[in-house]
Design a protein around this ligand. Structure first.
Ligand SMILES: [Zn+2]
Length: 97
């Protein structure tokens, strides 16, 4: 019966605003200078992080749909899913009755 604390913000991938629990939402680290994760280059391919990039990077919320899409992409490359696909804005416990 505890209430979720909800926040609203743009998804780091598709840019649409969605509701989430800031304590639980999966995040992607983004370097504010490049608007990309520190280890991703301008061509969207993995790269060596630029000096200071990882230190500048801040976690941005990822919506469940994009988490799912990213996980599929990872799995398509033979990698393990990395993002929690739970909708953190959804009630975690259904009311009784
Ligand atoms: Zn999204």
């Amino acid at each position: 019966m505890s209430e979720n604390v909800l926040a609203f913000g743009p998804c780091v991938v598709h840019g649409g605003v969605f509701g989430f629990d800031p304590d639980l939402v999966p995040t992607v680290l983004i370097d504010p200078e490049t608007n990309r994760p520190p280890d991703v280059g301008p061509d969207s391919l993995p790269c060596e992080p630029a000096p200071g990039s990882a230190e500048r990077a801040v976690g941005r919320p990822l919506c469940p749909a994009c988490a799912r899409a990213l996980n599929r992409e990872l799995q398509g490359r033979g990698e393990l899913p990395r993002f929690d696909e739970t909708d953190t804005a959804a009630p975690r416990r259904a009311g009784q009755g």
